[in-house]
Design a protein around this ligand. Sequence first.
Ligand code: GLA
Length: 379
Amino acid sequence: MKTLLVEKFRSAYGRAPEICAYAPGRIEFIGNHTDYNGGTVLGAALDRGVWVALAGRADALRQWVSDQRPARVTSRAEDGAKRVGVESWVNYPLGVLAALPEFGVAAPAGFDFLAMSNLPSGAGLSSSAAIELSSALAFLEMAGARVARETVVKIARHAENHFVGVPCGILDQGVSGFGQKNQLVWIDCRGPLFATVPLPAASHFWIFNTHTKHALVDGLYAARHRECMTAAQALGVGLLVETSSTTLAAAQAALAPESARRARHVVEEIARVALARTSLEAGDLAAVGQLLTASHRSSQLLFENSTEELDFLVDALVVSPQVFGARLTGGGFGGAVMALTSAAFGEAEAHATAALYREKFGATPEILHAQTGDGATLI
Ligand code: GLA
């Protein structure tokens, strides 16, 4: 891929890049909306993501090219304002540049920048984290700054929270930063603490991207974030991770029904993450699968971040004996469903599921037999 990246950079700018970096997309394995509530989460880095190539300039001009967008964007070092419309993809690297001084690093002035991606977009596979992490590695290298991997992850999340404006947790950036092939990344989001958990060899991931995305997805995500903070406040804790099922049950009557549902999802989901980790370590994929499906049902009924399309896919998948479990992956309100399957689930089964979906919704979901991969790195 590096050869292709260099070639694309050359054809855009007529010279070779000085720095190249890569960061993967991720699957949210289990731990839905637990991260910003201080809980735990398990995710896997994919073997696909976003590559960034960079070369410095003597002036303060910044040029931005993406192989996913037709037009070149230009800006100047002294003008770091947020972009809108077709140029808004630049907000991810611009957000990283705005974050650097917060971490004691001076942002580079002028440069030529190119991004290349092989992640399906809008699938909830975190193309935004992938471009943030790869940009962060490239800009840090250009600034001559040596920082810990955890700091790169924090810079990327800072960009998303404070510049892009999504109050996300650390899941996407943490998994993209700490991913390893054939491993899941476990994050205790309060630390944050990062660890890896081996993925049993018999596990296969199939992703079904519905290409549906609620028009208000960012607003709905922020609304869920707010609802969780309101529930925590009503329960007298800073974050929902500090409460328990017992406390929650006792306080049920004092909470607004919606707050109670959101809090119950988060508290029970954190418990499912712990059980999933134990079941993975025991190699019990059937138990893991049941937890995944239970997570989806909780999204569907309690957190209300699923959609008819996602529910349909989960229902269609879980009746198959080769499927251990299935759930929406990522923020929800559209995007993709992930199924954990045995090796016996193949192209034929995946296409049969897609055919059922097409019959019902008149559109074909994109199918991806996803492989795990390594985390963000300079290349
Ligand atoms: C999005 C966010 C993450 C996380 C998930 C839901 O992917 O970026 O921080 O909250 O949704 O679990």
